[in-house]
Structure formats: structure tokens, C-alpha cells
Design a protein around this ligand. Structure first.
Ligand code: GAL
Length: 378
């Protein structure tokens, strides 16, 4: 009996040790690499598919939406890069429907796609897509928005918390006292949460000092301008228009907020942040109605995703510069730098990069209201 017990103990200890070593080997540090065909994280995966150097790679790009201007850019740039590198590409757009996004993934997997790039509608629900893909040995890149609680192979995005800090800091420096409205992004999008974390990192100390008061802080469903319009209209009524700033999480919600402010003749008087450097918002910036936006160059993201997709499909590793915890593992990540943009630096940023033209930005204002083009080229 005693011999039996010690045998059992030995077995148990060995098993525990094995489990522990399996867990630690799945964790990556910063400045690390993704992929290389391993089964990190531990999904029940079949062996990774591996394409030869001269074989064509089939990439599936699952998008949530094309509604915002930026997502049209993402699509065009992913298509352009895929054509340049000779990859086969199928782009699917789910229009905010999680079931449809899952079906589109299933469909691509049955067509024997080699790698999936996924901009999830719902960051939690999309974990299903990662599981399905891994069962077929297909790696998954989480694009712009993080897929949570899943064995994601790679995450490509911008520094989202920093963007939220930029938005709040810009407004707080110019309106250090008074009532604030916060309009969050969609609750289904992990970026909305990260942005809000960043915004609060900056606003909370000012709230604690009693300098500012956040009178309303609500998510705008699906990032809709119409939702932001409602939130801001109600907030204005609630505090009798006594508001100094609206922290809007992206340009679409900023435009909804500005519409509400316009209705009370407050546009231009109340500060409004944004994100995405949409043409319509840059036009509002030169009109003085929107205060700032956050510019995220899309080309490095889109090109980076296609290039990484090829590498993962071929079983090669991808250089990354960060890791992001998605609740399941530290996902090897490449996070690009955002930039705060206002009327003073739009020429040296979005115009200089060819992201927007000064002529279009200034279409709706008299010439004297247009920022000067500099030598860099507006
Ligand atoms: C976010 C994205 C933003 C924004 C928004 C609305 O996830 O990072 O750029 O446009 O979605 O689609």
C-alpha cells in the first residue's frame, strides 16, 4: 500500500512539473518574435500548415466594418500589398454581425486559407474563430482590435492606451477646469476599453483634485455618430449646457458630439477630441469645431499584417516590439506610434504623409482660414 502511495505521489509530481514547464514556455517577453510554427498557448491544434517559399499564400482578411473612412483605407492597403507580394486574398466584411463573421471564417477555412487576419467585431466572440482556425493548423493575426481570451498568434495595432491619454491630455491642458463628457467607443471593441483606460489615466487625477467633473461617461454603440449625438444632447440638457470638453473616442463620435453642440450654438466653444484623421473631421478642425484628432498611419499596419501573414504561413517567425495580455496569454505584438493632430500640425503630419490633401481639408473654409502649406508639401 505504501509503495502504491509513493508511486502515485511520484506520478503526480511529475505531471505537475510537466504542466508548469508547458505553461512557462508559452510566455513571451517584450521585443520578441511571433509564430515560427509553434503551438504556443496550447489550443488543441493540428500541425501548422507550412507553405514553401515559392508557393502562393492564401490570406483571408475578416473585417468588421467599412463604415469608417479608415477601414476603407485598411482594405485598399491590404489589397495593394497582397497584390505586390503575389498573395491570394479574400476580404470579407461582417457589418457588425458576429455570426456572419464566424461563418465567413468557416467558409475561408473550408477554402483552405493559409492564414487569417481578423479585425473582430466582438473581441470576445471572435475567440471562436481562433479555435476553429487552429484546428485546421491556420495561424491568426488579430488586426487593430485585440481578440481576447484566445491563443492569438500575433497582434498588430497602434498604442491604444497612449491614444486615449493623448485625447484627454490635449483637452485637459486647454480646459483644466469644468464639466467633461466622455463618449466611449463600442463596448464590443477592446480598443474602446483601452482608450477609456488611457483617458482616465489623465482625467482621474483632475477629478480627484476637484478641477473637473465627468458629468456623463457612456459607450456609443457600434461607434455610431448618432449614438454620440444622443449621449451629448442628453448630457447638455442634464447640466444646462455647462460643459467645457467632450472626450470623443473617435472621429465619428466626435462628429456626432459636434452636431449636438451645434444645436446649442456651442460648437467651437466646447473642446472635442477624436481619432482616425478622417477627412470630415480634419475639415471640422480647420473650421474650429473639432479640437484635435489622433492620426494613426494605416500603411505600416496593413503592410505589416500582409508581410507577417506570409511569414506565419511559411512557418517563419515575425519580429515584434511588445506583448499584450489578452486574458489568455501574452500575445506577441507590433504596436505602431499614434500622433496627436490639430490645426497647427496637420500640414506636417497627415498632409506631409499624403494621408489627406490640404486642398480637400480646406474645401469648406475661406483660404485665409486654411493652415499654410509648408515646403514639405501641402
Ligand atoms: C476602432 C479603431 C478605430 C475606429 C473604430 C471604429 O477599433 O481602432 O480606428 O475607427 O474602431 O470602427
Amino acid at each position: 500500500m505504501r509503495r502504491f502511495t509513493s508511486l502515485m505521489l511520484l506520478l503526480l509530481t511529475t505531471t505537475l512539473l510537466l504542466i508548469a514547464s508547458a505553461c512557462t514556455s508559452g510566455t513571451t517577453g517584450d521585443n520578441t518574435t511571433a509564430g515560427s510554427g509553434g503551438n504556443s498557448g496550447g489550443d488543441a491544434q493540428t500541425a501548422r500548415k507550412k507553405k514553401g517559399a515559392n508557393e502562393q499564400v492564401f490570406i483571408g482578411f475578416l473585417m468588421d466594418t467599412l463604415k469608417e473612412e479608415r477601414w476603407q483605407r485598411d482594405k485598399e492597403l491590404v489589397e495593394k500589398r497582397a497584390a505586390e507580394v503575389g498573395a491570394k486574398l479574400s476580404v470579407q466584411v461582417a457589418n457588425g454581425d458576429d455570426n456572419l463573421q464566424i461563418k465567413q471564417a468557416e467558409n475561408l477555412l473550408s477554402q483552405k486559407v493559409d492564414v487569417l487576419i481578423v479585425a473582430p467585431h466582438n473581441g470576445e466572440i471572435a475567440a471562436t474563430i481562433v479555435e476553429m482556425a487552429h484546428r485546421e493548423g491556420v495561424p491568426v493575426i488579430s488586426y487593430d482590435r485585440l481578440i481576447r481570451n484566445a491563443d492569438v498568434d500575433l497582434y498588430l495595432s497602434h498604442q491604444v492606451v497612449k491614444m486615449g491619454e493623448m485625447q484627454a491630455r490635449y483637452l485637459l491642458e486647454r480646459a483644466p477646469k469644468g464639466n467633461y463628457i466622455v463618449v466611449q467607443g463600442s463596448a464590443t471593441d477592446n480598443n474602446a476599453k483601452l482608450l477609456h483606460d488611457g483617458q482616465m489615466n489623465v482625467l482621474r487625477p483632475a477629478v480627484d483634485r476637484g478641477d473637473i467633473k465627468i458629468v456623463v461617461d457612456q459607450p456609443a454603440k457600434e461607434w455610431l455618430a448618432s449614438e454620440a449625438l444622443n449621449i451629448v444632447e442628453n448630457a447638455l440638457t442634464q447640466v444646462n449646457n455647462d460643459v467645457v470638453a467632450v472626450v470623443a473616442s473617435n472621429d465619428g463620435t466626435a462628429r456626432g458630439a459636434i452636431q449636438a453642440l451645434d444645436g446649442q450654438k456651442l460648437a467651437g466653444k466646447v473642446l472635442v477630441s477624436g481619432q482616425d484623421a478622417d477627412l470630415a473631421s480634419l475639415q471640422l478642425i480647420v473650421q474650429g469645431k473639432q479640437t484635435m484628432t489622433v492620426y494613426k498611419p494605416i500603411q505600416p499596419l496593413a503592410y505589416g499584417a500582409v508581410d507577417a501573414a506570409l511569414k506565419l504561413a511559411r512557418g517563419e517567425s515575425v519580429q515584434t516590439n511588445d506583448t499584450v495580455d489578452n486574458g489568455r496569454k501574452k500575445v506577441a505584438s507590433m504596436l505602431f506610434e499614434p500622433q496627436a493632430v490639430d490645426r497647427d500640425n496637420l500640414v506636417s503630419t497627415v498632409v506631409k504623409d499624403g494621408y489627406q490633401t490640404l486642398a480637400k481639408i480646406c474645401e469648406k473654409v475661406p483660404a485665409e482660414q486654411c493652415p499654410k502649406a509648408d515646403a514639405a508639401g501641402g
